[in-house]
Design a protein around this ligand. Sequence first.
Ligand SMILES: CC(C)(COP(=O)(O)OP(=O)(O)OC[C@H]1O[C@@H](n2cnc3c(N)ncnc32)[C@H](O)[C@@H]1OP(=O)(O)O)[C@@H](O)C(=O)NCCC(=O)NCCS
Length: 390
Amino acid sequence: MQTKNIGLRNIEVADTKICAIDGINGKLIYRGYDILDLVKKSSFEETACLLLNDDLPSEKVLADFKKKLVEGRNLPDNVEKNLRNLPKTANPMDVIQSRVSELAAYAKESGDDREANYNKAIDLISKIPIIIAYWERIRNEKELIPPSPKLGHAGNFLYMLTGNEPDSEVARIFDICLILHAEHSFNASTFAAREVASTRAHMYAAVSAAIGALSGELHGGANFQVMKMLLEIKSEDKVESWIKDRLAKGERIMGMGHAVYKTFDPRAEVLRELSRRLSEKTGQPWYRITKMVEDVTEEEMKKIKGSDIFPNVDLYSASTYYMLGIPMDLNTPIFAISRTSGWTAHVIEEKFAEAQPKPMLYRPKAVYVGKYCGPSGCEYVPLEKRIQAT
Ligand SMILES: CC(C)(COP(=O)(O)OP(=O)(O)OC[C@H]1O[C@@H](n2cnc3c(N)ncnc32)[C@H](O)[C@@H]1OP(=O)(O)O)[C@@H](O)C(=O)NCCC(=O)NCCS
């Protein structure tokens, strides 16, 4: 291998004012505010507004933001019709990605100035949950539930998904999950969005690219794998042997370890408590089993590798979503509901930030290691003279 910066790991490519991650001390900061403070004091709506602006909103700005979010809870008739025409087996991430591209054709805002992009961001934050809730109802041949203007972003999504209004504790737990997943700096999907935006493509194209990047199991799909593991383990008495067996085979334990956090991921700490509360509320065993997975993995990794390992955001979000009654294949789409706020904030920063240095267009360099036949290139052999493979 000749490439020095494989995968752009640790390569600084742009300035950002949106998010800071301190992987050594386990800190996640949105626009200067600690995530641990935001989950105690803020709501998803306010956090999304914070990400899209420079600071926490005034009462008036927040009220206007929330009003626009509620007004955006609908889909153009043709987009809804097209949802109904899809095969019921379609992957929910593909469904969202294609609907987001389609929404570009119906956007109320045609311009590309800052205000137009701000309004497009709100439109997407409103509509992505509607696409997911509708898709869940359509694929199960259930009637669509119209949005409820009296419910917040989190509560309304759960209501439109299930038809039942969540109690305030459940709505708040989901609201906290959305705050936790809203932003995480230059992760793969956000970088994809910024890269597309840097070409001056529009907001819908950039968010659609981000959804594509999020759909891969190395990015958005890990908590699905965690829940599969928990369902396979089934009970506390099986955890130890299950984990030891996997580690002995050199396999990885999903939901453990992180490329940036070398200590506790602060989001995992919050989600652990949410999972505990839901286990207590629903009488389901998933919190206790997950906690044992965490403890046994840590213990075994110390013995095997002599190193520490910590839970990441996916370990406890898996059981949290499961106990909220969310189908497992909607875990990644839910990530998209929340992360749309971060993606759109980055698209706006990419298009309008004054911070320098800022690339006109991302254009990394590849190291060519393919065929070489000298400076004048390989001789072109006409098709009829090439030795044909059978
Ligand atoms: C996320 C992840 C890719 C980060 O990896 P990383 O920080 O680059 O760490 P490395 O892959 O270099 O791993 C360091 C060591 O810890 C081990 N390790 C890391 N995560 C592990 C896990 N979940 N289970 C078992 N061993 C693990 C690796 O085998 C490696 O051992 P080695 O040095 O002997 O080869 C990795 O922790 C992982 O695969 N986790 C499971 C998948 C997951 O939960 N993904 C969601 C992330 S938010």
